[in-house]
Design a protein around this ligand. Structure first.
Ligand code: ZN
Ligand code: ZN
Length: 175
């Protein structure tokens, strides 16, 4: 197969790593214009589409507005997507995303979602719109807000019970 015939690129690893990796992958395949504002890549034209898919059908679609890093500086990329009705942030990670495919012809990022992990605080699934965090000791996963609230109140992990604390910027650390 010649390179011209490649129309789909797997960019799962890049998305799990950091925004610059995603931008590199996108720029290699699409004529993309963006402006870098601190750690965020703002799209200059709203051509790039993003869809969330589950079991082969799309349940969410919009235009990518920006791609940025996580506020707590952990690995991963956040996508801000304009659905025309609202701006939504997508937080793909290994717990909620099976695969991320770039469809070059359609200028579309297809995110195949799964719900693999339940929050160790509330017990509900961690979905792609949710911000994820984990215990730095046992790596139990949780909704970010839920674990931060828990640690602020109890100063320990809900799973391994080890001593934890939260910084003013919302980073959970071993106390
Ligand atoms: Zn929760
Ligand atoms: Zn723990």
């Amino acid at each position: 197969m010649s390179p011209k015939e490649i129309t789909k690129v797997d960019m799962t690893n890049e998305v799990f790593k950091e925004p610059i990796e995603v931008i590199k992958q996108l720029s290699d395949n699409l004529d993309l214009k963006y402006t870098k504002v601190i750690q965020t890549y703002v799209m200059e034209d709203r051509r790039l589409n993003l869809s969330l898919e589950h079991q082969g059908s799309s349940y969410f679609k919009g235009k990518v507005v920006w791609i940025g890093n996580k506020k707590d500086d952990t690995e991963g990329s956040i996508f801000c997507v304009d659905t025309k009705d609202e701006l939504k942030q997508i937080n793909p990670n290994a717990e909620n995303t099976e695969k991320v495919i770039l469809d070059i012809k359609k200028e579309l990022i297809r995110v195949k979602t799964v719900s693999k992990t339940k929050c160790s605080v509330c017990g509900k699934n961690i979905e792609i719109f949710d911000e994820l965090t984990g215990c730095p000791i046992c790596e139990a996963k949780a909704h970010k807000d839920h674990l931060i609230d828990w640690v602020r109140m109890k100063h320990s992990c809900p799973v391994c019970k080890k001593s934890l604390n939260v910084s003013s910027t919302g980073v959970i650390f071993i106390d």
